[in-house]
Write a protein that binds this ligand. Structure first.
Ligand code: FE
Length: 197
């Protein structure tokens, strides 16, 4: 079964003014779609074609000859996870079980925020900033290019921020820190992150 581009889980203008319909038009309809098309082309006719995406990622991750399959496939998975990590009127301090775990494992929401901002800011070049659960303990991670924690044993992704320039350049130009603050204050979908616990 070939992959298909998933619909955004919100209207294209629903995140304005924090993330514009113009950004989402390029990011979802062009970039994410291109990863889907490229992945399908690369696995078509191979023994990977019928396999579930994360299973394929685990199989090809260490195989340099299949880097194209990993990169496009991981970008498909990461972007779908990213759209779900956003919501209108999101952001702020998470409550409930997730809020308690953040306080337990980082010391406070402010400490978590410092760690997340640092990871997202210092990811050199293209990549991702993550909140993950590692065998039940919350951690902040960063990953370069298409790399994804979903292939790691014991690691459960909870929330992600895309820090590729295509994610923020139209709305924030070169100001990645402003984009990161906007995500944390206005867009982060803590209900989605809680559901992934
Ligand atoms: Fe992206």
């Amino acid at each position: 079964m070939a992959l298909t581009l998933p619909e955004l889980p919100f209207a294209k203008d629903a995140l304005e003014p924090h993330m514009s319909a113009n950004t989402l038009g390029f990011h979802h309809d062009k970039h994410h779609n291109a990863y889907v098309i490229n992945y399908n082309k690369l696995v078509d006719g191979t023994d990977l074609a019928g396999k579930e995406l994360v299973e394929v990622l685990k199989l090809v991750e260490k195989d340099a000859s299949k880097a194209g399959i990993f990169n496009n496939g991981a970008q498909v998975w990461n972007h779908t996870f990213f759209w779900n990590s956003l919501k209108p009127n999101g952001g702020g301090v998470p409550t409930g079980k997730l809020g308690e775990l953040i306080a337990r494992d980082f010391g406070s929401y402010e400490k978590f925020r410092e760690a997340f901002v640092a990871a997202a800011t210092t990811q050199f070049g293209s990549g991702w900033a993550w909140l993950v659960s590692v065998n039940g303990k919350l951690e902040v991670r960063k990953s370069g290019n298409a790399a994804t924690p979903v292939t790691e044993a014991g690691v459960k992704p909870l929330l992600v921020l895309d820090v590729w320039e295509h994610a923020y350049y139209l709305d924030h130009q070169n100001l990645r820190p402003r984009y990161i603050q906007t995500f944390l204050d206005k867009l982060a979908n803590w209900e989605f992150a809680s559901g992934n616990l």
